[in-house]
Design a protein around this ligand. Sequence first.
Ligand code: MOS
Length: 731
Amino acid sequence: MSPQPQAAVGAPLSRVDGPLKVTGKAQYAAEFDVDGVVHAVIVDASIGRGRITGVDTRDAEAVPGVLRVIHHGNAPKLPYRDNPGSNNPPGRRLRVFQDDRVLFHGQPVAVVIATTLEAAQHGASLVEVRYDAEKPSTDMADATADEPTTYARGDAEAALRDAAVRMDLTYRMARNHQNPMETHATIARWDGDKLTVWDKTQWVVGTQTELSTVFDLPMKSVRVISPFVGGGFGSGLRCWPHTVVAALAAREMKRPVKVVLSRRQQYFGTGFRPSYEYRLRLGSDQRGRLQATVHEMDAETSSYEKFDEAIMLAGQMFYSTPHVSQAYRKVPLDVNTPIWMRGPGFANASFAIESAMDELAHRLRIDPIELRLRNEPAEDESNNLPWSTRRLRECYTVGAREFGWERRDPKPRARRDGDWLIGLGMAAAVYDPGRYPAQARVRLDADGTAVAEAASSDMGPGTYTSQTQVAADALGLTMRTMTFRLGDSLYPPTPPHGGSQTMTVVGSAVLDACNKVRGQAIKLAVEDEESPLYGVRAEDIVVRGGRLHVQDTPARGETYQRLLARNKLTHLEADGAYAGAPEPARHSYYSYGAVFTEVGVDATLGLVRVRRMLGVYDCGRIVSPKLADSQALGGMVGGIGQALLEHTVTDHRDGRIVNADLAGYLVPVNADIPEIRAIYLEGEDMQADPLGVKGIGEIVQVGVAAAIANAVFNATGRRIRELPITAEAFL
Ligand code: MOS
């Protein structure tokens, strides 16, 4: 078939769902009007570890409107079958209300169901839970790590001993919480033995799978509906206990039940980015060429699940290094299980690696960009595969030029603006986007409009819009005549809406389905004696504005409507698929970037203010430039939060999170955000997938924290190796 004209892909369109969002018509999980719904409020454990010795529900049940209190003493036993189809970390699952154990502060221990939210909240405050409390272990410094996951090539310890230049650096990164604007929520309803949930989730199919195993139901008996998600950043990548609570309560009550986590509950009712201690030893020659790196990474996990993330990859593939050794240790603590957070693994690994590269550059008096160029690998040294595309050199060149890097004085404390010490810093970035199998389907109707469907979520990146762009071009329709639907397990299955893969995998499946339908229509036309296209070679036909025509003779053609009507067809339809990453891999495939920033540090007070920031990205084809720009700006803002503000603080005496709210957990506000700008290198990566796209959602947060820390060093001469960088660091 002829390549279709690209009218929508690459155009800077606004969101197709924008009007729904700004008029309040977009329905989020808790907003569905489900007949007869009652409200449930979860009672969370007020100890960090131990046993429940008694639950007194009398006062709660006396509150007018309270219908019932469910806890481990009266809850039904749930099957909790194994769930091999989930992305839950290995381990036991937290089994809601199945025993008297308390595994972390905030664990659900009871739920109060009432006719109004107020009654449920009041009732929850009156449930008296008695405990046999033990001292929880929540401090990584005092806990014992599991056996490490390791990687080695060459002999890193020996090469390190022989290296002309050696550094031994330890970086610490605080625990972070995703804090999406919409807190997590579920409405559950049973119709006989069929369960429907309206849920905030980044993985419709994952929640469907988890509920089917917890309640031992066939997959088709569980429907998950999630058309809008008010931010995720990873918090919705698995099914959390409150969703099970809602389903369990709805079954017990024989009526629909709604659970909405409070902002406070969001901190222990869903996951978080684990804190890290990252020791990095590196050895180079006098010219700064890396000879050996040794990475030791300790991160928190829960006592009941082994959370794991891609903290190791960057250290294996990013710089040319003959000798590498790594040990990644998970430290089980009495906390709830972590979850991926934007740029998972890479956002923290890059803080250590990219800070260390800056330290090495300073020590050897080499420009930080030049040092990176000297270590640029010709291929992926971890698997000897060629890069699909790796355009970091261009990221550096464009970034340096657009940012004015030549104005940087390598000597710290060389620039001042009144009370402010001014510094420039940069860091490189990499992310490994997911490529899991996905499906989609499309139906072209006799009226010339089409609908494509996939079970994906859209947590905010603009999936409704970008998938419509892909489908509209592939079918030769306009944005108005093409509709894309998502967020329902009745649609074809897709992998998690995370790991920067939705554009790639759902987009490729949508493209496949649309190409098939366009092919069916073209075949119909060229074989139809009454069609003006009768006898034309199929590959000479394109579709534009819903009209099929000969590519070189636009006057010769007809519309989908006429073609289908004449053939008495109500519609054409097809299923499409993306098979997943090629096996075995023929290329090493990553998104890249370079981040530049200028900071001011108040010389007396130690306040750090970002003054401007630029990210330059190699992410393949950009389907939706306006939305991609929003992604980049949002990611950089997230990075500023990670660098300067975000820090979940635990009281180790009882395991309580002490700043479980947006007053105590700081995120950047408008006043913290200066001029920030993103540039995507033009081009596509046709090794990556049929669309030529690489992921953009995560890479845009990677590197930001290191760029800021490096700029802080350039401003002050102080090397801060702990996130977030706060004024105390300068005391
Ligand atoms: Mo992203 S951490 O995969 O939501």
